[in-house]
Write a protein that binds this ligand. Structure first.
Ligand SMILES: [Zn+2]
Length: 237
């Protein structure tokens, strides 16, 4: 904890004093335009990754960047989504998965979790759609390729869940909200931007031309190590 308290002292004496005007303005209210949904994983820092200031991102974090479908639970995710849209007038929602996600690893071996981590096991049922897509479509994948495919598919599953919220649905219908599907790769700092529409990612992976993906190929086509990534474009490279 010593490091944490030292950090607070440094924040107050350095960052805060040079940004005092910002914090005074923020004390009057928040006006973020982006809802950022990501994993609790300590290796992700949404503000660092997007180089945004306090007040710019409204953030939901949980194990596996999971959004339970509307009505499935009275959890905080639904409340945060509703508040973001109704009270804050959020215009963009980013669902950001990440490489080496422990939650998605757990999902691939979910049977082992029921005794060991029953709460995680229960939580992962909101990603069951991902597990079944993987089970039925990725039999020929293994190891890191399988995990990466599950990470990609899971952001699309969670976006489908997100669309079940009436507040989200209504704004999408009016064209006043955009949803973005991202995967952050910890080891390279790369951010991969996918089409948020449910598509057959696997088919894209196996498509040599990549022309179907809006004609754009990521400049770092090694996400799955096979040079055939089903990625629309890279946001950062
Ligand atoms: Zn994770």
């Amino acid at each position: 904890m010593r490091k944490i308290f030292k950090g607070i002292h440094q924040f107050q004496t350095n960052y805060f004093t040079t940004h005092q005007e910002l914090f005074e303005r923020l004390s009057l209210g928040q006006h973020p335009r982006i809802l950022f949904i990501t994993c609790s994983d300590s290796r992700i820092d949404p503000n660092l990754l997007t180089q945004t200031e306090p007040g710019e991102l409204f953030i939901i974090r949980n194990v596996g960047n999971i959004i339970p479908p509307y009505g499935a639970t009275a959890g905080g995710e639904g409340a945060a989504i509703e508040y973001a849209i109704k009270a804050l007038g959020i215009k963009h929602i980013i669902v950001c998965g990440h490489s080496h996600c422990g939650a998605v690893k757990g999902l691939l071996q979910v049977g082992n979790l029921s005794q060991q981590m029953p709460l995680v096991y229960d939580w992962l049922k909101y990603a069951e759609g991902t597990r079944q897509i993987i089970e039925e479509n990725y039999q020929d994948y293994e190891g890191e390729d399988l995990l990466n495919a599950a990470i990609e598919e899971n952001i699309l599953t969670q976006i489908e869940n997100l669309r079940t919220y009436p507040a989200v649905h209504a704004k999408l219908y009016k064209g006043e909200l955009e949803i973005h599907a991202w995967v952050y790769k910890i080891e390279t700092g790369g951010v991969y931007v996918y089409s948020a529409e449910r598509c057959n990612i696997k088919a894209h992976h196996e498509d040599d031309s990549l022309e179907t993906l809006e004609g754009r190929q990521t400049s770092n086509p090694n996400w799955n190590g096979n040079g055939k990534v089903g990625i629309v474009r890279s946001a950062t490279k």
